[in-house]
Design a protein around this ligand. Structure first.
Ligand code: AQP
Length: 324
């Protein structure tokens, strides 16, 4: 089974992206043929400092390795190094209705958030995402819940292309966790934990003091009972999901453990758990920061492997579309 997913080099990895996506990637790399990429072309839909951007991209590669991606078991590469992503994106644009793109929740949210920079890239973001996925004849795409709508559009585009030009692309399936697919902001449990809102994030490389501070000040409610109720107690529900993900224990069991105890106890023990569980990530990142050449070699190996697959698909696409 071929598995593919990506992450934007727009900031450090937070526990939301880790639980929702990267923890799945870690497991899947043991079984399937995994391809993971750093989505620098996607990141450009929001202004980036050109002089800082290469470092941000390399840092994301370092963080992915520190978070448990094994370069012996998966392919890791930088999106912009494979020209076929942009080429296929253009071709898929020609069969994608604008109305489909305009109804995407992420486009609507980002257009509100970045009112002064509603560029065409923001609108076409899901088409580039479809190109990323279809280029590699991907079967499964492990992502967080926020990407579900884009994945549905990818499937629609793949089917449409296959119908118009003949069977070409595999139609992929999204892999979305039952629990942990949408980790909420610690500062506002009604909003997704998001890199564009640093206040909302607990990063997987945060130092123990920062972890404790962020968890202890996580917004909850005025109640007392530790119970999983995402509607009435979204803050506590979010903390329970995080607890369950990092302890590997079911939520029911954690609820029982904190029966008769207050929110402060839950927060204190969750902070302690996270300090321990995140320690290997911090250590590995420090190690890798001193091994830039090694990381660049991994990316170069990834580029070569990705390019072979992408070129094979594009040859077929060009032929099917009647390009010279
Ligand atoms: N809060 C989250 N809960 C669960 N999964 C999440 N993901 C992101 N946030 C959460 C999943 O992580 C993968 C990589 O995401 P990304 O960094 O490429 O996505 P992003 O949209 O740039 O990151 P953010 O933090 O969501 O930033 P904003 O909202 O500012 O753009 C994806 O599979 C994503 O679903």
């Amino acid at each position: 089974m071929r598995i593919l997913s990506g992450i934007q080099p727009t900031g450090s990895i937070h526990i939301g992206a880790y639980i929702g996506a990267i923890s799945q990637w870690r497991e899947l790399q043991k079984a399937g043929e995994c391809i993971f990429f750093i989505a620098d072309l996607h990141a450009l839909t929001i202004p980036q400092e050109a002089k800082d951007f290469p470092k941000q991209t390399l840092d994301t590669a370092i963080e992915l390795l520190a978070a448990g991606l094994d370069p012996e078991k998966c392919v890791i590469f930088i999106q912009s190094q494979i020209k076929e992503h942009a080429e296929l994106c253009w071709l898929l644009n020609t069969i994608t209705p604008i109305a489909e793109l305009e109804r995407m929740t992420q486009y609507k949210d980002k257009s509100k958030q970045f009112r002064k920079n509603i560029n065409a890239g923001l609108l076409n973001y899901p088409v580039l995402q479809a190109a990323d996925i279809l280029l590699y004849q991907t079967e499964s795409v492990p992502v967080g819940k926020d990407q579900q709508q884009h994945l549905e559009l990818t499937k629609t585009i793949a089917r449409k292309f296959n119908q118009r030009y003949g069977e070409t692309f595999k139609v992929p399936e999204a892999l979305i966790l039952q629990e942990g697919a949408k980790i909420m902001a610690l500062s506002n449990p009604k909003k997704k934990m998001s890199k564009s809102d640093p206040q909302s994030c607990l990063y997987i490389f945060d130092e123990p003091d920062a972890i404790k501070k962020k968890i202890m000040s996580a917004v909850t409610d005025t109640g007392k009972t530790v119970k999983y109720d995402p509607v009435k107690k979204p803050g506590i529900a979010n903390l329970l999901v995080i607890y369950s993900s990092f302890s590997g224990r079911p939520i029911k069991e954690i609820e029982k453990q904190f029966g008769g105890k207050g929110y402060a106890d839950l927060k204190k023990q969750l902070a302690e758990l996270l300090v321990i569980q995140l320690e290997p990530f911090r250590r590995k990142k420090k190690e890798l920061l001193a091994r830039e050449i090694y990381v660049k070699e991994i990316l170069e190996r990834g580029r070569k492997r990705a390019e072979t697959i992408a070129q094979t698909t594009m040859e077929e696409v060009r032929k099917k579309m009647g390009l010279f």
